[in-house]
Design a binder for this molecule. Structure first.
Ligand SMILES: [Zn+2]
Length: 184
């Protein structure tokens, strides 16, 4: 069998066949970028405001709803929360002020004239305790070719650490989805 080697085509860079000039139509955003047929992306890039999904008013494009609709939604969410008594320990968080208080009395002291405790929209906070450690922390450092347990000294150190942090005060508090019950 005689292999006839096919002649490889040669197209020089200045050969008209190498490329031809075409005209394309597409969307260009206000800041000058070309988005092809993606009108939405071009409009998104070029706009500063979008319509509020609730009331339709112009809203900065990072938000899907305007400030007034977001405030209303936050208020409705707060009003729908279950309520509980203060346990005498937990920090309280004010939804309307974005501020923490150590007790209902502290919160009351901060009220401005004509305000009541209800205006602060207080939420009971949850404690965030220091996280205990476990051996998975060193999982990637233990020998991988067997079901090797952590050495005894490491187990001891972990046990000691976990014993030392248990029963300690929380590191921080974060607002829960439970509102402070206020007697009216
Ligand atoms: Zn709105």
């Amino acid at each position: 069998m005689t292999a006839t080697k096919q002649q490889e085509e040669v197209v020089m860079i200045d050969d008209p066949r190498a490329a031809t000039l075409v005209t394309v139509t597409g969307w260009r955003s206000r800041d000058g970028r070309f988005y092809g047929d993606n009108e939405h992306s071009a409009r998104w890039a070029g706009c500063t405001h979008v319509k509020c999904r609730a009331c339709g008013k112009p809203t900065k494009k990072l938000y899907s709803a305007c400030q007034s609709c977001r405030d209303k939604a936050a208020e409705a969410k707060y009003d729908a929360m279950p309520t509980a008594e203060w346990d005498g320990v937990a920090m309280l968080y004010s939804d309307s002020r974005d501020e923490y208080f150590g007790s209902p009395e502290d919160a009351e002291d901060s009220l401005e004239e004509g305000q009541t405790l209800a205006d602060l929209k207080l939420r009971i906070c949850e404690p965030k305790y220091a996280r205990p450690i476990d051996y998975s922390n060193w999982h990637d450092q233990l020998p991988s070719d067997s079901n090797c347990d952590a050495p005894y000294w490491l187990e001891d150190a972990v046990d000691q650490f976990n014993a030392a942090i248990s029963g300690q005060p929380p590191l921080s508090w974060s607002p829960s989805e439970v509102a402070l019950r206020i007697e009216k």
